[in-house]
Design a protein around this ligand. Structure first.
Ligand code: AHG
Ligand code: MN
Ligand code: MN
Ligand code: MN
Length: 334
């Protein structure tokens, strides 16, 4: 077997994180342990999803409504709790901030020493769960700033450059984990026979321009004029192909691989759009920038935005530099 294959087979996620030791120092040990817990959460969720149709109490709704005003899927709750449980045993993470929880969840026994916070979207694309289409998990890791004595976790309300790591897990035909510690974007594929995420691609680069145009045009009627003008431009010019899965992780992964642009603009009804900054667009913006792409709200860099509240929403234009700039030019020309 060629060396490259042997080497790839034994490059697990935790080893890959440790290999970045020189740029992270002692934190690399912590980050390797944290990434290992995230990988375990991914395996537990992937396993559940693969049997969803066969087990009772996996598909469908809980009957609850979450802080987003969304009807909660049973998979949302299962995945949310998986992340909590894997970090309860880790000791490193004191707080977990999730789409599915109004306030951050504290793990008291970890809080004196645990200096890290996990921000996550446990199941992204919940609408796809019951129809066996791709869903994802999105995560970001931040270091706690200060003692958070009032339990408000207000130190999380800072810009996206405070993220020390971010990534996603895409539950598709294979389960792929894509992450960055701030030095490139790397992907790992779960080998179920090993139960390990094995390195697939290092230093992924997003093309400066690509053909993918990804947005829910069903919202066209709600968009502001600049976005409508942009859409009319796309309709008139060859070279784009529309791809939209309803799950942000899958749509962004396609664009990371092939190039293009994902748009979830604001509307009159929801000027801030639908996507949440702290655990959806900031982690993905971090990744796409690390891969040489661009992420903005149409006017400002996503990672410069400072949320007023934990579940702050933001318009999102994410993808290849040239394609994102084209969208921005329609907005700035107005
Ligand atoms: P979530 O399932 O975590 O609530 O996220 C759903 C998001 C995102 O995954 C996707 O891009 C977007 O909702 C789809 O929204 P529309 O159905 O309005 O297009
Ligand atoms: Mn949701
Ligand atoms: Mn989501
Ligand atoms: Mn979600």
């Amino acid at each position: 077997i060629p060396d490259s294959l042997l080497d790839r087979d034994c490059t697990t996620l935790s080893r890959h994180v440790l290999q970045q030791l020189n740029s992270f120092g002692a934190d690399a040990q912590d980050l390797s342990a944290i990434m290992n817990r995230i990988a375990l959460a991914g395996k537990l969720i992937a396993r559940r999803l693969s049997r969803a149709g066969l087990m009772a109490d996996v598909l469908g709704f809980t009957g609850e409504t979450n802080v987003q005003g969304e009807s909660v899927k049973k998979m949302d709750v299962f995945a949310n709790d998986v992340f909590i449980s894997v970090f309860k045993q880790s000791g490193l993470v004191c707080r977990l901030a999730s789409e599915e929880m109004e306030n951050p969840y504290y793990i008291p026994e970890n809080c004196p020493i645990g200096r890290y916070t996990l921000l996550y979207d446990p199941i992204d694309g919940s609408s796809n769960v019951d129809i066996n289409l791709n869903v994802g998990s999105i995560f970001a890791i931040r270091q706690q700033q200060g003692e958070d004595l009032d339990g408000s976790a207000s130190d999380l309300l800072t810009n996206g450059d405070q993220q020390i790591a971010a990534g996603y897990i895409l539950y598709g035909p294979s389960t792929i984990l894509v992450y960055s510690l701030g030095s490139g974007v790397h992907s790992f594929i779960l080998d179920p026979s090993l139960g390990e995420f094995i390195l697939a691609q290092e230093n992924i680069r997003i093309p400066d321009h690509g053909p993918i145009y990804s947005t829910n045009e069903g919202n066209f009627w709600q968009w502001d004029e600049p976005l409508r003008d942009y859409t009319r431009y796309v309709h008139r010019h060859e070279g784009y192909t529309a791809r939209y899965s309803g799950a942000l992780v899958g749509d962004i992964h396609r664009i990371l691989m092939q190039g293009g642009v994902f748009l979830y603009p604001g509307t009159e009804k929801n000027p801030d759009g639908k996507l949440r900054l702290l655990y959806e667009t900031a982690p993905l913006g971090f990744l796409v920038e690390q891969a040489g792409g661009r992420a903005s709200d149409g006017q400002k860099r996503l990672l410069d935005l400072i949320p007023a509240k934990l579940h702050q929403r933001t318009p999102a234009i994410i993808g290849s530099v040239e394609d994102v700039k084209l969208v921005e030019s329609f907005i700035s020309d107005h």
